[in-house]
Design a protein. Structure first.
Ligand SMILES: [Zn+2]
Ligand SMILES: [Zn+2]
Length: 82
């Protein structure tokens, strides 16, 4: 099982290690919360669940704002579907 963050794509050796360090791309703001486990499987291509944008890594996908974000236009980053 691959342990990585849903918000930023950071990899960790354990869930505890992942969720005990602040996430630079947390939805509430940089480092205003912890990394969150991505519960999907590792994929060759990740797809944004809001707009359908694809990228090879969660890190790249979540690096830009989503025009179809539920909070409003560009009010949050792309988010990988499971
Ligand atoms: Zn993160
Ligand atoms: Zn998107």
């Amino acid at each position: 099982m691959t342990i990585q963050c849903e918000y930023c794509g950071k990899y960790a050796g354990s869930i505890r290690a992942l969720t005990s360090t602040p996430c630079i791309r947390h939805p509430l703001g940089p480092s205003r919360g912890y990394h969150k486990l991505y519960e999907g499987s590792e994929k060759a291509v990740y797809t944004c669940k809001y707009c359908g944008k694809t990228d090879k890594t969660i890190s790249n996908l979540t690096n830009s704002k989503c025009s179809k974000h539920p909070n409003g236009f560009a009010k949050g980053n792309h988010a990988p579907s499971l």
